[in-house]
Write a protein that binds this ligand. Sequence first.
Ligand code: S6P
Ligand code: ZN
Length: 204
Amino acid sequence: MIPADLLATFSLNPARIDGRPMSERRLSDLRDCFADKAACDAALARGDPVLYGVSSVEPAGGDGQLHYGLGVLYPGTIGDEYHMTKGHLHAHRPAAEIYIGLSGEGAMLLEDEACGGSCGGSDAGAGNGCKLVPLRANSVVYVPGHTAHRTINTGSEPLVYLGVYPANAGHDYAAIAKNNFAHIVIRGADGKPALQARALYAKS
Ligand code: S6P
Ligand code: ZN
């Protein structure tokens, strides 16, 4: 039996999947994510903007099904750090995911859970266990299983993307809440995105 509602339509501006609610995250939801706490508190004193929203399609069904979500991450910085998502591991660790860039300019920060944040702790930041992969229109980023992933908007327009993941992936935010990502993505002195070890960030 083929289910009835197989088609979803979406728009980029405003970014949403038609007929689906948008679940929103505000700056206050990410207070512990940003490295520069003083800059975060100063921004919160001015207001509590929506940083991103996700509109999801999660059909019922068992093993083998797919879920997907349209995300929109608004541009901006907190201190030197670009707006980002909370980031997570999948509760079912082997579950991979693909991110399809639709508009805007950004990147996926990926960290292999096995490295426990100890990999690539240099100024340059990137080791084998950590990668910053560009996410923009006409690009697809493959997020392997066992990999913490966070989306970063490094541009000046909303970053819009589709994430497609196994129905049994689930979200584990607790591990990120406990240890955070070992790296941050900041606007460098040259105005370009730079990956840096969190522990070496002067304002942390
Ligand atoms: C789900 C997928 C995305 C994120 C979305 C928001 O596996 O990775 O739909 O949920 O990008 O990020 P986060 O970290 O707040 O769930
Ligand atoms: Zn995910």
